[in-house]
Every structure is written in structure tokens, then in C-alpha cells.
Ligand binder design. Structure first.
Ligand SMILES: Cc1cc2nc3c(=O)[nH]c(=O)nc-3n(C[C@H](O)[C@H](O)[C@H](O)COP(=O)(O)OP(=O)(O)OC[C@H]3O[C@@H](n4cnc5c(N)ncnc54)[C@H](O)[C@@H]3O)c2cc1C
Length: 414
């Protein structure tokens, strides 16, 4: 098959799906993206992301230069040193998560980027190929070798390759690997955002307002990251010029740990009402210093969310087909080390490169996918191990994530 004929269908316009779409566009490969949400900003999906060196390389490789420049020069904040404290705001030593790359420990420090900004920039130049309000229900192989995807609005689309970039609840994975649903570790994460308005600046401890901070407590940890944008260096520049959501200074925070750390029993129900979440955080932080409690008191209640920590069992091998997966859809992991999005971006860049190489050589697309899956498996296995180490270093999780990362099964389903 010549590359002009090859058409790729991407399910999911999250970080991995959009990065892949940019990489395909850069190389002149036909693609269409289908996203279940009605628009890119329909629901909150977390706030700041730490993008490490590998994630930065993936974005640079897939995006056109002007978009990568827009992202890094105006919407990314270089991470500074990380401070480690206790709940009385006292500095503590000897606690660290190996995966954190700050300006003290790495030549290329992580970049802090708001997820909404990243998605907005990744959508630029490909809006016509990204179709919102299309939830994949099913796909089927046709006699002519193509695959037809069916969506919940009754429409369908044919392509030569289908890529499931549809996240932790992936429908593509459900069909392709019916026994590979992610497992809940029992650990929990509550995250939110506190806008740095006058009141918040006055009440919240100064030491938290400019830095990256990790607070260690019994059975849980709190990650607090200041998203403070420098003033635009170019007076002529503003977010609106590039049709971007405005930049707003805020503190991102995430409380992550075992149920006991939140005063909950094992297997407690996940709640998402802001009143219940506020009450739970108030209970957890009742003995903490007031200027620390203020971080949660001043938080935007609609921004708070509780998620169970899930992870996938790593599969050792399977036979490649024209349907593959990337990112959380195939390797969900704990947010403890901040490697999930970076892994999705890594998958996207190697998949884009491999599809381009093989199709230009008129090779077999299934062989190309097999090569991608081999690299993706090796990379995600290492990322799962790092994520597990991050959980242990953060809150002493002995969760079965570790054993399951090493547990494996092979599958030739479908
Ligand atoms: C609190 C928190 C903080 C985090 N911080 C970091 C961090 O700092 N660094 C990091 O690397 N990672 C971080 N992560 C992990 C990161 O968010 C995920 O690993 C990453 O978003 C995965 O990207 P993805 O493209 O695979 O999936 P997603 O970004 O989840 O995208 C999947 C998309 O598919 C769509 N979809 C789902 N089903 C269908 C369907 N049937 N049909 C069509 N579309 C569908 C969804 O609506 C969604 O838009 C964090 C996670 C959390 C919860």
C-alpha cells in the first residue's frame, strides 16, 4: 500500500491522540480523529502536567515548529527546585521521587503546562480532521481489508488502521483485548486548583506560592505546584491573538495516598460532589497548619475531583493487527510519578515515525504496527515500574501495582 492511500483512524482526541495526529499531518499521512466529548473543554481533565524531556522531544518531533514555539515560549513554565515539607510547613530531608526532574537535578527540567492549553495548541491546524461528539461503539473488519468504526450518532468511518487513544476506559481495548481492563489499586487521588486571587495570596503560606512542593504525611502525600506565568515579554502578544484560553496564575494540588490516609476504609466509594470532597479534605487536614489549610479552603470547589488509582497489567506479546492502542488505553498507571502523559506522547511519536517509514517503503502496515508495539511494550513496562516506585516513595504504597507490573500475559485476541 502506498502511503498516499493509507488512512488512519484515531479514537480519542486526548494528549496522545492529538500528538499522533500532528505527527501524521507533518508527514502527509491521511487521518481522522473521533472524540466522544462535544468539545475539547467540555469537562475538567486535570490541570498542570509535568512534561519531561522525553515528552518534550515527542511534542517537538510531532508538532510544526511554530506551534512548539508557541507552547514552550508562552504557555510552559520551567520547573524550579522541589521543596519537601511536613504538614507544619517545615522542611524535611531524605524524601524524594526519582522521576522528578527539576532544575537542580536535570539539564532539561520538566515543563509545567496546563492540560487545556496543551490540547488547544495540539488542535491547531487539524480542526477539520478532529470530529467531536463521536463516541466509538464498535469496529469491524471488512472483506476489502479496511476497518469500519461505528459511532453513537449512527455514523461510521472506514480506514486501514485504527488507533485506540481513548484513555483509561478505552472502548478499543475492550474489543481488542477483552480481558485487559485496568485494575484499581485501592489508592486514591483528590486533585484541584486554587486560583491565586488577592484572598488566596493573602491566606496561603508564601512558601507554597512560587514553588513545587511535596508534603509527606502518614499514608499520603500532597503535591503542590505553582503555575505562575511570566508577563508576556512581547507586548503585542496575548492569548486571544492565538485563540487560546487565558493564562491564569494558580496552585495545582493533588492529594494521593492510601484510603487510611484519607480516613476511609479500603474499597470506599469514590465521591465527586464538591461538598463531600471539601469535607473529606477538611477532615484530612484538620491538624495541619492554617496557611496550608488555606490552600484547600480557597480552592475552586468545582475544580475538585477524586479518582481511583488504576493500573494495567503489562502484556508481554500479542500478534499485531491493524488495530492498536496508545497511552492510558493500553498502559494506565498511577499519576504518582507523572509519567502517564509522557508515555502517551512517547507512543505517539514512535508510532507516527514508524507508520511514515513503513508506508513510504510500501511495506506491510501490520509489520509496522508490530514494531511499534514491541517498542511501546518495553517503554511502558519501564514506566510502570517507575510509577510504582513513585507511589512507594510518595506514600509508602506497597500496592499490588508492583507485582502486577511484572505480572504478564500474552494475548492473541481478535
Ligand atoms: C491528577 C492527575 C495528574 C496527572 N499529572 C500528570 C503529569 O504531571 N505528567 C504526566 O505525564 N501524566 C500525568 N497524569 C496522567 C495523564 O493525565 C494521562 O496519563 C494522560 O492524559 C493519558 O493520555 P491519553 O492520550 O492516553 O488519554 P486521555 O488524555 O485520557 O485521552 C483519551 C480521550 O479519549 C476520549 N474517549 C474515550 N472513550 C472514547 C470513545 N469510546 N470514543 C471516542 N473518544 C473516546 C476521551 O474523552 C479523551 O478525550 C496525571 C493524571 C491525573 C489524574
Amino acid at each position: 500500500m502506498k502511503f498516499q492511500e493509507l488512512k488512519i483512524i484515531i479514537i480519542g482526541a486526548g494528549l496522545g491522540g492529538l500528538c499522533l495526529a500532528q505527527g501524521l499531518k507533518k508527514n502527509g499521512i491521511l487521518f481522522e480523529v473521533f472524540e466522544q466529548d462535544p468539545s475539547h473543554d467540555t469537562r475538567g481533565q486535570g490541570f498542570r502536567l509535568r512534561i519531561d524531556q522525553e515528552g518534550q522531544q515527542a511534542l517537538a518531533n510531532c508538532m510544526p515548529d511554530h506551534l512548539y514555539k508557541l507552547l514552550t515560549e508562552h504557555f510552559a513554565i520551567k520547573s524550579g527546585p522541589v521543596q519537601t515539607i511536613n504538614s507544619h510547613l517545615e522542611t524535611i530531608n531524605g524524601k524524594w521521587v526519582d522521576e522528578w526532574q527539576d532544575s537542580e537535578t536535570a539539564d532539561t527540567p520538566d515543563l509545567k503546562i496546563d492540560r487545556l492549553h496543551l490540547r488547544e495548541i495540539l488542535l491547531k491546524g487539524i480542526q477539520e480532521q478532529v470530529h467531536f461528539g463521536k463516541r466509538l461503539l464498535n469496529y469491524e473488519q471488512q472483506i476489502n481489508g479496511q476497518i469500519t468504526c461505528h459511532f453513537d450518532d449512527g455514523s461510521s468511518e472506514c480506514g486501514h488502521v485504527v488507533i485506540g487513544a481513548d484513555g483509561v476506559h478505552s472502548r478499543v481495548r475492550e474489543i481488542r483485548f477483552p480481558h485487559a481492563d485496568p485494575i484499581e489499586s485501592g489508592d486514591i487521588c483528590i486533585y484541584g486548583k486554587t486560583v491565586l486571587d488577592g484572598n488566596a495570596k493573602e491566606q496561603i503560606a508564601q512558601k507554597l506560592q512560587f514553588a513545587t512542593t511535596v508534603l509527606f504525611e502518614s499514608e499520603l502525600a500532597v503535591i503542590i505546584d505553582a503555575m505562575r506565568y511570566p508577563l508576556f515579554s512581547d507586548n503585542a502578544f496575548s492569548s486571544s491573538m492565538f485563540e487560546m484560553s487565558p493564562r491564569q496564575d494558580y496552585l495545582y494540588w493533588a492529594i494521593i495516598g492510601k484510603p487510611g490516609g484519607f480516613g476511609l476504609k479500603k474499597n470506599s466509594v469514590i465521591v465527586n460532589s464538591s461538598t463531600e470532597l471539601s469535607a473529606m479534605i477538611k477532615h484530612v487536614s484538620q491538624t495541619w497548619d492554617k496557611p496550608l489549610q488555606a490552600l484547600f479552603k480557597c480552592a475552586n470547589s468545582s475544580s475538585m475531583k477524586m479518582v481511583p488509582i488504576r493500573y494495567s497489567a503489562v502484556q508481554t506479546e500479542w500478534e499485531a493487527t491493524q488495530v492498536t492502542l496508545l497511552g492510558d488505553a493500553i498502559h494506565t498507571m498511577s499519576p504518582a510519578s507523572g509519567v502517564g502523559a509522557n508515555s502517551a506522547l512517547y507512543d505517539a511519536t514512535i508510532l507516527a515515525d514508524i507508520i511514515c517509514d513503513y508506508s513510504r517503503q510500501s511495506g506491510s502496515i501490520t509489520m509496522a504496527i508490530a514494531k511499534y508495539e514491541q517498542l511501546m511494550r518495553a517503554h511502558s513496562f519501564a514506566a510502570m515500574v517507575n510509577s510504582r516506585r513513585g507511589s512507594t516513595q510518595l506514600y509508602g504504597s506497597e500496592s499490588s501495582e508492583s507485582s502486577h507490573a511484572e505480572e504478564s500475559y500474552s494475548s492473541t485476541d481478535q
